[in-house]
Design a protein around this ligand. Structure first.
Ligand code: SAH
Ligand code: SF4
Length: 399
């Protein structure tokens, strides 16, 4: 006789906060103006309410419907029933650089964690202050760059447009308390934006729409590890977003190790499409290059990088690597960083060195969320280190 099936088997098994059931209500900030108008019309509400709602969502970055006091109670309740005013269920903030850098660890409705960072750049000599917000586009990332804490997490899920935009609204709300506002947004947090291209482009459109968040398109930077189809879509769209390409190596064998997506979309093709983007938009492409001691910072690497980028509308941003647990690598020492910079500049390639912000609070891509995640077993870490050391050594002699 077979046992009758356990009825509990068909229920979702709750194994921890990460498997919490998701809230089915979409985030209000993911809606465009026609969607809000249609929703109002279906309820027989006057259309001027759309302007009031937009004012709360975008100008005041409201985090609850309750605070939308210009709306009648019953409309606030109806909004609450159908939407979430904020898709970030919980946020913990850590400060660094004497308060110039703030890092948020956001918890989503399903218990997953993502990060965003606020970097303040006080204006010098009469220039205006800048407040740059670095946001996540995915929970985790599938690309798996071995120097990156997010890559180590692996892919968890795509974020919705509202979840992306709500990170910016979180900081806008916080800044407005002190009379400031967000001036720049960079998609350089967790995740590969162009592997979640639909929601990322919707979020970027909301952020740059004058009747919504209202940032200039030039003040929005999309950073990619080189997802060619997504980059081609950006070229076809011709928006003026700043494009950043995470290059990290010019030699193919080494880039295969540092940015595994290179096996699918080689750097030479990526640079061609990025150059097409630069031509279409008239905007210089920024190439990001994380400097790793003895791995991608040799004179040969500098020469190859010059060969790849010379004569293009390009700018190189060198970033000393933030040491990440479970990798065998260290940041390039200052003298070698200076020599590398000099080789590029002497070849006419505009080059800057990015100062690492918030290193003391682990404000490198994905570090906080990675710390929250379960730690890999020591044996797995040892195997990974050994494999990376072997692969990077082989890549150094291969090309
Ligand atoms: N996935 C996209 C955007 C997010 S990563 C991309 O790779 O472009 C944003 C930037 O953080 C990338 O340039 C990445 O190389 C950099 N980064 C990741 N880990 C880092 C580390 N340990 N130290 C310094 N920069 C790091
Ligand atoms: Fe993903 Fe970017 Fe990290 Fe690479 S550097 S693993 S693409 S988030």
């Amino acid at each position: 006789m077979t046992a009758s099936p356990d009825p509990r088997r068909s229920l979702p098994v709750i194994t921890g906060s990460r498997d919490r059931t998701r809230d089915p209500r979409p985030g209000i900030a993911g809606l465009d103006a026609p969607a809000v108008s249609t929703w109002l019309q279906e309820r027989g509400e006057p259309l001027y309410r759309a302007r009031q709602i937009a004012d709360h969502v975008w100008r005041r970055s409201a985090g609850s419907f309750d605070e939308m006091r210009t709306l009648p109670r019953q409309l606030r309740d109806a909004l609450e029933a159908d939407f979430r005013a904020d898709t970030l269920a919980d946020t913990a903030v850590t400060l660094a650089d004497r308060g110039l850098t703030e890092k948020a660890l956001h918890t989503l409705d399903d218990g997953r964690n993502i990060e965003s960072v606020l970097m303040r750049y006080p204006g010098r000599d009469g220039a205006r202050d800048r407040s740059t917000v670095c946001i996540s586009s995915q929970a985790g990332c599938a690309v798996g760059c071995p120097f990156c804490a997010t890559g180590e997490l692996g892919f968890e899920r795509d974020l919705t447009a509202a979840e992306i935009v709500d990170q910016v609204r979180f900081w806008a709300r916080r800044l407005s308390d002190e009379g400031g506002h967000v001036t720049n947004v960079v998609f350089m947090g967790m995740g590969e934006p162009l592997l979640n291209v639909g929601p990322v482009l919707s979020a970027a459109a909301a952020l740059s729409d004058p009747s919504r968040f209202g940032l200039g398109t030039r003040h929005i930077t999309i950073s990619t590890s080189g997802v060619l189809p997504g980059m081609e879509r950006l070229v076809a769209l011709r928006p003026q977003y700043t494009l950043a390409v995470s290059l990290h190596a010019a030699r193919p064998a080494l880039r295969d190790v540092l940015v595994p997506l290179n096996r699918r979309y080689p750097a030479s093709d990526v640079v061609e499409v990025a150059t097409a983007y630069a031509r279409t938009t008239g905007r210089r492409v920024s190439y990001e290059y994380v400097m790793i001691d003895g791995i991608n910072d040799t004179p040969d690497d500098a020469t190859e990088l010059v060969r790849l980028l010379r004569g293009r509308l390009a700018h190189v941003n060198l970033i000393p690597m933030n040491a990440v647990a479970h990798t065998p690598w260290q940041p390039t020492p200052p003298a070698r960083l200076a020599a590398f910079t000099e080789t590029l500049r002497a070849s006419g390639i505009p080059t800057t060195v990015r100062r690492n912000r918030g290193v003391d609070i682990g404000a490198a891509c994905g570090q906080l969320a990675a710390e929250q995640a379960a730690r890999p077993a020591p044996a797995a870490v040892a195997r990974r280190r050994e494999r990376l050391e072997r692969e990077s050594a082989a890549a150094l002699t291969a090309s």
